[in-house]
Design a protein around this ligand. Structure first.
Ligand code: SF4
Length: 549
């Protein structure tokens, strides 16, 4: 001890470690390594020194970052620019994931570390700007909002509250509810969920099954609706393919509110798909017709709803210009991230979405009224933008009701961003169940779906499975469609947790139910009344006027 060992001994330890890491039999390697304990101790001491030095350099790096974040904040104040650059953050996420994969590190952990660093940097920047505001206020009595002179209600200027690449709305649902400051409505918020259910004589089954993630001002909306006031619920769909079960959940919710007396507005976002993504108009129209027939078969009264493709309503573009005049570019940039390489049309699109939300208070007659956007958590950023602008444009602030996304049946990593995609999406057909899927396809998709089951049957029986629909895609299918009764769904979850229900049986049962239910759906669709299909054709051709309230 205390004497340094010959470097060849240390080199032999290095070689032995490399051999084990390369797959050699550890027992054999160890047997062939006949070295005194002091050599190992010296080797370990060297490694500890390396780790300690790395820690010091990581801490030094963080300190440099904090100082840089402060300097950036002051520089942005001087330039009158926004401090947050969402696309820069996106790039950081992409790089962190790529580098993590290269060194065999879980990309999710790299994302978490990146998020922490970004959160710290943002906090420092906001604090710096608030210090500047406080100093100015003391010196000159000037009240300065650090980022914006706009009303701060929605914190729209803080992009951490935007669902972005790598955010994985399902995996991060709880964090997003907190960051967005929404009212949580899932089982994680039992009091708020109960208060929501208490509004209804017959609550929406999705709500009772915990499949509503959260809401913004839904109590004001429900108070007006159930009090008999004129109210509007709205949702938007992309006309790129057939309707899947995740989108069907939105339509079921719209139909529920329609039966309670709300007017329904359904928008098709064809401006984005046709103008920016090069979709043919004829294809968008065909997809729209197909989706609307499914909507009618799901029970939505299409004839009583105001349904339109964005490109058909020039009044929406007109309103987008109007609201755009009251919105500063740095707010849109902070909320959504603009790139200098983006087309000008792409930067105009957020205004169209905001105008879509406000438009029913103008188009349907009757003026101001309570409105509610039904969508996924990613829609909240547009709801907040619309709420910030509503009062100054003479509209009521819209409410938001956010449905938990359907879990994708497969795991998928987007090669463009290296981000895991955890939600059902029409662009990934193997991860989604479409209303048009035939029985063989449904069975194949369900039987190969990702679940929250254990690695072995023995383990599953002993420890139970995880039926959280954010983890188990089969549970998600049951909650969205296959098991309509909330009590029955709760009993299935309980049997799964207790290890009494095995994934194989659960999948078979879910597939059987879906095959039967979707066959019935297709029958209803085939039997739609001629006036309904005619109305759908009129909507698709753009020959309908807004439905008056
Ligand atoms: Fe999911 Fe069913 Fe397996 Fe439970 S038993 S993990 S609910 S598939």
């Amino acid at each position: 001890m205390g004497q340094s060992q010959p470097s060849s001994d240390l080199a032999r330890i290095e070689e032995a470690i490399a051999a084990i890491l390369a797959g050699a039999d550890p027992k054999e390697v160890r047997a062939g390594l006949d070295l005194p304990p002091a050599v190992f101790e010296q080797y370990l001491a060297t490694q500890r020194d390396i780790i300690a030095a790395r820690h010091d350099s990581i801490l030094a790096l963080l300190q440099q970052r904090i100082a840089a974040a402060q300097r950036v904040a002051v520089e942005k104040y001087l330039a009158g620019d926004t401090i947050h650059k969402p696309f820069v953050e996106d790039r950081l996420f992409n790089r962190a994931r790529r580098q993590a994969r290269q060194v065999g590190f879980p990309p999710e952990t790299a994302e978490d570390v990146t998020r922490l660093v970004l959160a710290k940097a943002r906090e420092i920047q906001e604090r710096t700007l608030n210090d500047i505001a406080a100093r100015l206020s003391q010196l000159h009595g000037e009240i300065l909002d650090a980022e914006s002179a706009q009303p701060a209600e929605a914190d729209i200027e803080i992009p951490s509250r935007v669902v972005r690449t790598g955010d994985q709305p399902l995996a991060r649902e709880t964090a997003l509810i907190k960051e967005f400051r929404l009212t949580g409505l899932s089982h994680e918020y039992p009091d708020q969920q109960r208060a929501f259910l208490d509004w209804f004589e017959t609550p929406p089954p999705l709500a009772a099954k915990g499949m509503l993630a959260g809401s913004r001002d839904n109590d004001l909306f429900l108070q007006a609706l159930l009090g008999g006031d004129r109210c509007v619920v709205m949702a938007s769909l992309v006309p790129t393919g057939p309707l899947h079960l995740g989108q069907g959940a939105l339509i079921n919710l719209l139909a529920h509110y329609q039966r309670l007396g709300a007017q329904v507005v359904l928008t098709f976002n064809d401006m984005e798909t046709v103008t920016l993504r090069g979709q043919q108009r004829a294809d968008a129209a065909a997809a729209m017709r197909d989706i609307l027939r499914d909507c009618a078969a799901l029970g939505l009264d299409v004839g009583a709803a105001d349904v339109y493709a964005q490109s058909q309503r020039s009044a929406v573009a007109q309103l987008a210009y109007e609201v755009g005049a009251k919105l500063r570019v740095n707010i849109i940039n902070s909320a959504l991230g603009l790139r200098l390489s983006d087309s000008v049309s792409a930067t105009f699109l957020p205004l169209i979405y905001v105008a879509d939300i406000l438009y029913p208070q103008r188009s349907l007659g009757g003026g101001r009224c309570r409105t509610q956007v039904v969508g996924g958590l990613e829609h909240d950023v547009y709801v907040r933008l619309a709420r910030n602008l509503a009062e100054s444009c003479g509209f009521s602030r819209p409410a938001g009701l956010y449905v938990r996304a359907a879990k994708s049946l497969t795991t998928y990593v987007d090669p463009r961003t290296n981000a895991s995609v955890d939600v059902m999406h029409g662009a990934l057909p193997q991860g989604a169940i479409f209303y048009r899927d035939d029985p063989a396809i449904i069975r194949r998709k369900v039987m190969t779906a990702v679940t929250g089951g254990r690695a072995t049957v023995v383990e599953h029986r002993r420890l139970g499975g995880n039926p959280d629909p954010r983890v188990c895609s089969v549970s998600s299918l049951m909650a969205l469609q296959a098991v309509p009764a909330p009590d029955e769904y709760a009993a299935i979850q309980q049997a799964c947790r207790a290890g009494q229900l095995l994934c194989r049986d659960c999948k078979t049962d879910t597939a059987d139910r879906l095959v039967e239910q979707l066959a019935a759906h297709r029958d209803r669709r085939a039997a739609l009344a001629p006036e309904t299909t005619q109305r759908i054709d009129e909507i698709v051709s753009g020959s309908t006027a807004p439905v008056a309230g």
